[in-house]
Design a protein around this ligand. Structure first.
Ligand code: BGC
Length: 734
């Protein structure tokens, strides 16, 4: 078995192993297929690793965070004994280590030359992929080559149900069976009763006879082979793994057993071409080419790759969590990160996936209705953090980051209400780009209308100032909480109500039955709709015509001004530096808030307004250690004000978030929003793609060293190829 050929612009490589950084690399080397992902851990394990794999929708209850995605039973496990010595990078000598991910196909490989404590040298090669064509299949291939000895090689391939989520154990054993070549295991989550079945088949090829055994250890069946190898005769093999959960089939155990019964090993050469071909088609639709900047090229592909492996293709009842399926961070919960940051990639390149992601919000509408009701409002109020049901799952109290004996109240679940408008915005954007009237009629409209009811009902009339307001909220900038009239929230709420009214008109003409049904079910009476109009006209949306500035929230300009540049160098966020209360008293912001608004609703603001607000808010934003969601948006806005070099700095901050671990927390999982933002920064920032109701246009602003950008997007079902060079920008309809 030869390592595949590396292509530097498609490969992420690690040439040296350091246990200190292993968790970061595990995140980077996450592989998956939109149904499940595994972190890039070693097959044989390593002390200090964060060994985890996650499948969409498999949530179980936990204290404080309500629910979390469950770490799957471990199917990667391969323990190898070389002439009686356990192969482990924790001992002996690592003479050579090389690991690489080929993003074209999601193939992860590792080549190791290892000298055992007794002085025997072995070359080991591992390769694995999770099939994009056959979502329930994972294949691991290995080669074991003794270089200076001959002896017995024992391979143990387990299915381990004894996994946990760091603090909590979620799996309960249900059933298993082990023969000498195959094993299966069925477990169930403790509280949510979701079954999962895993099957394994171990195949070994050797010059000498292979002795086999199956150890039927409860909750940890293991397949064992023993054979001889020598410098002339290395051995190779495959571990074939199947995974089905009760979410895809009513009887996962039978599904796995049927697959095992049909297995003809070796399988790799048979399964690989169709998997690779599926990836090829995926990249045909989604790739972005950047010439003149290899680091940026790789980073953009990495961002797209990470989103593609987390994107549900067969399931419209799940969405992508803030940390994708690549780590424990945020427990698999779904935020506005999905709709505002990740979704555009899918909307414009893989609309079928975008439809699934938006359908998740439709399926969880009841949870949003419960939240509104509980808060005393009509309509639907989406949770800030969402999981299986759409009920709010933001923890209310968590231990203080510096002093875990103290608890901090987390307010986002109570008052970060802009999420409902963000979802409506994403649906509208999807509709505009795809022309998918059916989705809008059957699902999108119900979401937009019921959340509009919430906005109208939540608006507070201020008789003194003769206006509607939204008080006591949190905007995108979470350094400031309990603020009144956050501009982002108010402008988006107004846009949302207007859009809802226009949508009602559209439904009346194009889907009168659905219109009648929704009007009746959601109680959209003439009085209610007149109230929406009133809120639209009298909602306070801050804007100073003298300066062109939009005050982020009422009283923001009175807060203490700080020059963040004076605080450099620093390696902590402004909130850690000043404390939670301290940061709240300043004008320092965690991420673009007004600029985010200008980005999302460009038709409302002219170039002078954009410039004035860019100049005001940029130096007050915590670009380095604030939110990872910020830099990509900041890059886009820098392009809009004609500063591509400045944009490039912000862009690379986003592009490096996980590959270079610039924030120091990549081990918790991929920053999914940042990854989506990286794609947006190239497409909507540097290439300057602008979308409006009437169509699209380009206004490029390339960094000076970029020679070319090329990508495709879909406009109303038609593929469009875009190519931008410093001299020209051209578009060709494919
Ligand atoms: C950011 C939010 C984001 C969340 C999850 C927070 O730190 O401020 O905007 O939704 O992380 O990524």
């Amino acid at each position: 078995m030869q390592p595949s050929t590396l292509h530097p612009l498609w490969c992420i490589e690690q040439s040296h192993f350091d246990p200190q950084t292993q968790r970061h690399w595990e995140t980077v080397f996450t592989t998956g297929n939109g149904l499940f992902c595994t972190r890039g851990v070693f097959e044989e394990g390593h002390r200090g690793e964060e060994r985890a794999a996650f499948m969409h929708g498999l949530f179980d209850d936990v204290p404080v965070h309500f629910t979390e995605l469950v770490n799957l039973p471990d199917a990667l496990e391969l323990e190898i004994f070389l002439n009686g010595e356990r192969f482990s990078l924790e001992q002996g000598q690592v003479l050579e280590f090389h690991r690489w991910l080929d993003m074209r196909t999601g193939l992860l490989e590792r080549e190791v030359r290892w000298r055992s404590p007794q002085g025997h040298t072995t070359r080991l090669h591992f390769a694995r992929f999770i099939s994009l064509a056959d979502p329930h299949l994972m294949l691991i291939r290995f080669l074991i080559h003794p270089l200076d000895y001959q002896g017995e090689i024992e391979v143990r391939a387990g299915l381990n149900g004894e996994t946990d989520n760091l603090q909590y154990k979620h799996w309960e054993w249900l059933a298993q069976e082990t023969s000498s070549q195959q094993a299966w295991l069925v477990c169930s989550t403790r509280k949510t009763n979701l079954p999962i079945a895993l099957g394994a088949h171990l195949h070994v090829e050797s010059h000498t006879p292979v002795e086999r055994a199956g150890w039927d250890v409860r909750n940890h069946p293991v397949l064992v082979t023993r054979t001889f190898a020598s410098p002339e005769h290395p051995i190779s093999g495959e571990k074939i793994v199947y995974i089905y959960s009760g979410r895809e089939t009513p009887d996962p155990q039978s599904a796995v057993r049927a697959r095992l019964a049909q297995t003809e090993a070796p399988l790799w050469d048979h399964a690989w071409p169709v998997h690779a071909h599926t990836w090829e088609r995926e990249w045909e639709a989604c790739d972005v080419i950047i010439e003149g900047d290899e680091e940026a090229q790789r980073a953009v592909r990495f961002s797209i790759f990470q989103l593609l492996i987390a994107a549900p293709r067969q399931d419209e009842r799940v969405s992508i969590g803030a940390k994708t399926l690549s780590g424990y961070g945020y427990r698999g919960h779904v935020f506005w990160d999905t709709e505002i940051f990740m979704l555009p990639l899918f909307t414009y390149t893989r609309p079928e996936i975008a439809r699934n992601l938006l359908s998740y919000r439709w399926h969880t509408l009841e949870g949003a209705r419960r939240k509104a009701r509980r808060n005393g409002y009509k309509g639907a109020q989406y949770p800030w953090e969402s999981a299986a049901t759409g009920d709010e799952v933001t923890p209310t109290w968590v231990p203080h980051y510096a002093d875990p004996t103290r608890l901090i109240r987390i307010w986002t679940g109570d008052i970060e209400i802009h999420i409902s408008a963000d979802i409506a915005y994403a649906i509208h954007q999807y509709w505009r780009a795809t022309g998918d009237d059916e989705f809008m009629r059957d699902r999108g409209s119900e979401i937009i209308l019921d959340t509009a009811r919430f906005w109208a009902n939540r608006a507070e009339w201020n008789p003194d100032r003769h206006r509607y307001e939204y008080t006591d909220v949190i905007g995108p900038d979470e350094y400031h909480d309990h603020v009144d009239n956050n501009a982002y929230t108010n402008y988006l709420a107004r846009w949302h109500l207007q859009t809802a009214l226009e949508l009602l008109e559209w439904l009346k003409v194009h889907a009168p039955d659905r219109h009648a049904n929704l009007v009746q079910r959601l109680e959209l009476t003439p009085t209610e709709l007149a109230h929406w109009q009133d809120v639209i006209h009298k909602l306070y949306c801050p804007f100073d015509p003298q300066t062109g500035l939009i005050e982020q929230f009422e009283g923001y300009f009175q807060r203490k001004d700080v020059r963040l540049a004076d605080l450099e160098p620093r390696n902590v966020s402004i909130q850690v530096l000043f404390g939670i209360e301290g940061a709240n008293e300043t004008q320092a912001i965690k991420q673009p808030d007004v600029l985010m608004l200008l980005y999302l609703l460009p038709e409302l603001f002219n170039a002078e307004v954009v410039q004035a607000n860019y100049d005001y808010y940029t130096p007050r934003t915590d670009h380095t250690y604030g939110s990872s969601l910020g830099p990509s948006i900041q890059a886009i806005m820098a392009c809009r004000v004609g500063r591509p070099e400045e944009a490039y700095e912000h862009f690379m901050r986003a592009a490096r978030a996980d590959l270079d671990n610039v924030r120091g927390n990549a081990e918790d999982g991929i920053h999914g929003a940042s990854a989506g933002g990286v794609w947006q920064a190239v497409v909507f920032g540097f290439a300057g793609l602008r979308i409006s109701d009437s169509g699209w246009s380009l206004k490029p602003a390339l960094p000076s060293h970029w020679k070319r950008i090329a990508f495709k997007f879909k406009w109303r079902g038609q593929p469009v190829c875009v190519e931008v060079t410093p001299q020209t920008s051209s578009q060709v309809m494919a």
